[in-house]
Design a protein. Structure first.
Length: 228
């Protein structure tokens, strides 16, 4: 075990996590390959996703498949780890790594597609929510753990319990540092206008690129904007 909390089996029992073999293996994988702050973030993302869905009147395994939400939340940041790292932006690398793992575990292709989409889109505000209920729930849980905007919709004391069991460990800075480490080594992981590019700019000091910087054909002169 690499992290400072109880074993995945104990966590699953205490927090009523989905206990299928695939879910247990997914949690074990993430715990093995991730720093503690990242594993904690992934677990909290699921817990918050489930709570937020309930607060909005959605019922597990009636309105959405809980196991799919769990897998998407738990596996969503594999692209920041060595296990899932590659040349693409971390969201896509994470989605690809999750799909490989799930395919190797015999998960149905339609569920793999939903997990892949949910992970690939999890930093794309305004897009993930339009793909389906699972995508929206996953996005909601991950976002809540980062920005806390809908924390008032959680049950009283729930966030405190989750944070006590799975400490934040300066998530914002830790996450930014981890993403920026990858983009610093491999700039192709920070395509223009993406979330990784934004982090790369604020942490690594990489010059920002505007839309007009990439326009070709001689019609990207900013001085001409707004002029006939």
């Amino acid at each position: 075990m690499t992290n400072n909390h109880e074993s995945p089996a104990v966590i699953g029992t205490e927090w009523d996590l989905p206990d299928s073999e695939t879910c247990s293996l997914a949690l074990q994988l993430v715990d093995d390959v991730s720093p503690a702050f990242l594993t904690n973030h992934c677990i909290r993302s699921y817990l918050f996703a489930r709570e937020l869905a309930a607060a909005k009147g959605m019922r597990s395994d009636a309105d959405y498949v809980d196991e799919v939400v769990f897998l998407a939340c738990i596996l969503h940041d594999l692209g920041i780890t060595d296990y899932g790292s590659g040349d693409q932006r971390f969201e896509v690398e994470g989605a690809d790594a999750a799909a490989r793992f799930l395919r190797g575990s015999g998960v149905a292709e339609d569920r793999i597609a939903t997990v892949w989409q949910s992970i690939a889109l999890h930093t794309s505000v305004g897009l993930a929510e339009r793909f389906g209920t699972v995508h929206s729930i996953v996005m909601g849980g991950i976002s809540l753990d980062v920005n806390g905007i809908e924390k008032d919709r959680l049950s009283p004391g729930f966030a405190e319990r989750a944070h006590s069991a799975f400490p934040r460990q300066k998530l914002g800075i830790s996450l930014a540092d981890a993403i920026a480490k990858g983009t610093r080594v491999n700039p192709t992981k920070a395509p223009p206008f993406s979330f990784p590019a934004h982090v790369d700019q604020i942490v690594n000091g990489t010059p920002s690129i505007s839309f007009l910087d990439i326009v070709g054909w001689g019609d990207g002169d900013v001085k001409a904007v707004g002029k006939p």
